[in-house]
Design a binder for this molecule. Structure first.
Ligand code: IMP
Length: 436
C-alpha cells in the first residue's frame, strides 16, 4: 500500500482524529510529522470513552497500529510522558510508540519565550498555544536546537544547552526581565525523561521504508492545518511548521513518490483559534449557533473558537496545495436548524472580485466574502447513514462544496460518534471490501 496523508483543509480542529480512528482497523502505522503538543485530537472509542490527545498519534487507540513521532515533530518530553502515563492508567498500550532521534525537543526556554514574546507583541500577537512551538522550531532553523538523540548523551546535552542558554538567558533576563534558566537543573530533569524514552527512540525513517516495502499501510497524520502552514498559510498568523501534505515527506523521510492518497478534512463551516484574518467570520446569531451547537472550544487551550461560514476559496486552495484526493466533511449536523446556509465563493477586495487566495497579506485582511445562499434544513441528521437519508437541501449543500472545491467528498460526518458518518466512497479499498 502506498502511504496516505491526512491533513486539515482549513485552520485546524476539523476532526482529523475522527478520520484516523475511522481508518484505524486498516492502518498499520500512524505517524505524526509536524507540530507538537499545540495539537488536540479528541477521539471517542467504540466503548464510548473520550480521549483528548495532544502529542500521541491518535492511532495509539487502535489495537494494532504502531505509532510514530517523526523527525518533523517537536516533543515536550514531560508532556509526552504525562500523556503516555494517562493512557496507560486507562488501559491503553503505549509500548508500540516509536520516536525519531532527529525530532527536536521543546525545552523550558522555548515555553518561557513563547509566552513572554506573545505578551510583548500585545495587539500584534499571534495567539499561540503557549507551548513553546515557535521558539523550538526557531532554534531548529537556527541550528541551535536540541534533539531527542541528545538525551542519550548527557555530555552533549549539557554542552548544547550551555551554548543555547548563553544567548537565551541574556534575552530572557535583559530584554524581558525574566529569571535566567539553570543549565544543571534542566539537564537533570531531561535525563530523567531520557531514561524513560530510550526504549522508544528508533530510526523511524528506516522503519517506515521497510514497512512500506513490506506492503504495510502507513497513515501520516497531520496536526494543525493548511491555513496554519508556515509557507502556505496566513503568515504570520500561522504555526511554525508545515502541516500541508508536502510537510509529511520532510517530517518523516517518506519520499513523495510513496504517497498515493491525500485525505483532506474540512468542517461543514469554518473555525479558527488565535489571531489572523478570517473573511467568513460571523458575529451574529448564526455564528452563535455554530459555536454552541458545534461546541467549538479548543481541546488544547479551552479557548472559544471563532466561527464562520464555509469558505470555498480556502477549500479550493487546500485541494490544490495538498493534492487532496478525498475530502471528508465533518459536523454537517451542526448546520441543522438554520433557515439559510451560506458558502463563500469568492472575495471582494478593494472593489474587485477575486476567486482565488489573495496574493498579499493586506489583500486577505481586506477580503470581504461573496456568498452564495442556499436553503438550510431543520431535520436531525445525526442518524443518517446514506446520502438518501439526508434532506435534499443538505445534499445540495454538499454537492456545491464539492463543485467549488474541486475534489470529491468521500465521507460526511453527521455526529460525534465514530459511527455517525455517511460514506460516499470508501477511503481505503480494504474498507470497501469489509464495511463492518
Ligand atoms: P502555535 O502553533 O502554538 O505557535 O500557534 C500558532 C497559531 O496556530 C495560533 O493561532 C494557534 O491558535 C494555532 N494553532 C496551533 N495549533 C492548533 C491546532 O491544533 N488547532 C487549531 N489552531 C492551532
Amino acid at each position: 500500500m502506498p502511504a496516505i496523508v491526512l491533513i486539515g483543509a482549513q485552520w485546524g480542529d476539523e476532526g482529523k482524529g475522527k478520520v484516523t480512528d475511522l481508518l484505524g482497523a486498516w492502518v498499520d502505522y500512524v505517524v505524526r510529522y509536524s507540530g507538537g503538543n499545540n495539537a488536540g485530537h479528541t477521539v471517542v472509542t467504540p466503548d464510548g470513552q473520550k480521549y483528548a490527545l495532544h502529542l500521541m498519534p491518535s492511532g495509539v487507540l487502535s489495537p494494532n497500529a504502531v505509532t510514530v513521532l517523526g523527525n518533523g515533530v517537536v516533543i515536550d518530553p514531560k508532556v509526552l510522558l504525562g500523556e503516555m502515563d494517562g493512557l496507560t492508567e486507562r488501559g491503553v498500550d503505549v509500548s508500540r510508540l516509536l520516536i525519531s532521534g532527529d525530532a527536536h525537543l521543546i525545552m523550558p526556554h522555548h515555553r518561557a519565550l513563547d509566552r513572554v514574546v506573545e505578551r510583548y507583541l500585545g495587539p500584534a500577537r499571534i495567539g499561540t498555544t503557549g507551548r513553546g512551538i515557535g521558539p523550538a522550531y526557531g532554534d531548529k532553523v537556527a541550528r541551535t536546537g536540541i534533539r531527542v538523540q541528545d538525551l542519550l548523551d548527557p555530555g552533549i546535552l549539557r554542552q548544547k544547552l550551555e551554548l543555547v542558554l548563553r544567548e537565551k538567558n541574556q534575552i530572557l533576563a535583559k530584554v524581558y526581565n525574566r529569571k535566567a534558566i539553570d543549565v544543571a537543573a534542566v539537564v537533570e530533569e531531561y535525563l530523567t525523561y531520557a531514561a524513560r524514552l530510550r526504549p522508544h527512540i528508533a530510526d523511524t525513517r528506516a522503519v517506515l521504508w521497510d514497512a512500506l516495502a513490506a506492503g504495510a499501510t502507513v497513515l501520516m497524520e497531520g496536526a494543525q492545518a493548511t491555513m496554519l502552514d508556515l509557507d502556505h498559510g496566513t503568515y504570520p498568523f500561522v504555526t511554525s511548521s508545515n502541516p500541508t501534505a508536502a510537510g509529511a515527506c520532510v517530517g518523516t523521510g517518506i519520499p513523495p513518490t510513496a504517497i498515493g492518497q491525500v485525505i483532506g478534512v474540512a468542517k461543514a463551516y469554518t473555525t479558527r483559534v488565535g489571531a489572523g484574518p478570517f473573511p467568513t467570520e460571523l458575529s451574529d446569531q448564526a455564528g452563535m449557533h455554530l459555536l454552541k451547537v458545534g461546541d467549538e472550544y479548543g481541546t488544547t487551550t479551552g479557548r472559544e473558537r471563532r466561527c464562520g461560514w464555509f469558505d470555498a476559496v480556502v477549500g479550493r486552495y487546500a485541494v490544490r496545495v495538498n493534492g487532496i484526493t478525498d475530502l471528508v466533511i465533518t459536523k454537517l449536523d451542526v448546520l441543522s436548524g438554520l433557515d439559510q446556509v451560506q458558502i463563500c465563493v469568492g472575495y471582494e477586495i478593494d472593489g474587485e472580485r477575486v476567486d482565488s487566495m489573495p496574493t498579499t497579506q493586506t489583500g486577505f485582511h481586506h477580503a470581504k466574502p461573496i456568498y452564495e445562499e442556499l436553503d438550510g434544513w431543520w431535520e436531525d441528521i445525526t442518524k443518517a447513514r446514506t446520502e438518501e437519508d439526508l434532506p435534499a437541501t443538505a445534499r445540495r449543500y454538499l454537492e456545491r462544496i464539492e463543485q467549488l472545491c474541486g475534489a470529491r467528498i468521500s465521507v460526511v460526518g453527521v455526529g460525534p460518534g465514530r459511527e455517525a458518518n455517511i460514506t460516499r466512497h470508501p477511503l481505503l479499498p480494504a474498507a470497501a471490501a469489509d464495511p463492518g
